[in-house]
Design a protein around this ligand. Sequence first.
Ligand code: CMP
Length: 155
Amino acid sequence: MERTLILLKPDALQRNLIGQIIERFERKGLKIIGMKMIHVSDDKVKEHYSHHVEKPFFADLKNFIQSYPIVAIALEGLEAINTVRVITGTTLGREADAGTIRGDFSMSQSNNLVHASDSAENAQKEIERFFDQDELFEYKKLDFEAVYSSEELEK
Ligand code: CMP
C-alpha cells in the first residue's frame, strides 16, 4: 500500500467544500491515516513550494496558502498517489475533467482547492513535512477486505 498527502487549500475551507472533498476520497476506498487543520508557516511554504519560489506567481501563491487555515490529510491505499491525482484532476480547474474535484468545483489555476503529492519521493517528504510520526495512525480498515481482492490486499 502507498501513502500520499493532500492539502485542502483555503478556498476549499471558505467555499464549504471540505466535507464534499473528503467524501470523494473516502468513498473511493482510501484510508485516512492522518488529518489536521493548520496555518502553514513561512518555512513550510518555502519548503513545500520550493520548485515555485522563483516563479512570478510565488508571492500570490504564498499569500493564498497562508490566507486561511488548510486541512492536511494523509491517505493510504493501493497506488494511492496516482489514484488521488486522478480524483483531483489537472491543475487548471476550468479545464480539468468533469467528475474530478477541480473539474467539478474549480475555475482557477491557483485557487484549485487541493494539493496532491505527485510522486512516491514527494509523498514521503510531504507527509513528514506536515505530520509528526505520532499523528499518523496505523489501524485495520475493516472495509479493505471488500474494497480490494485478497491478492491486492497483500500489496
Ligand atoms: P499545487 O498542486 O498545490 O502545486 C503548485 C501550485 O501552484 C498549484 O497547485 C497552483 O495552486 C499554483 N500554481 C501553479 N501554476 C500557477 C500559475 N501560473 N499561477 C498561479 N498559481 C499557480
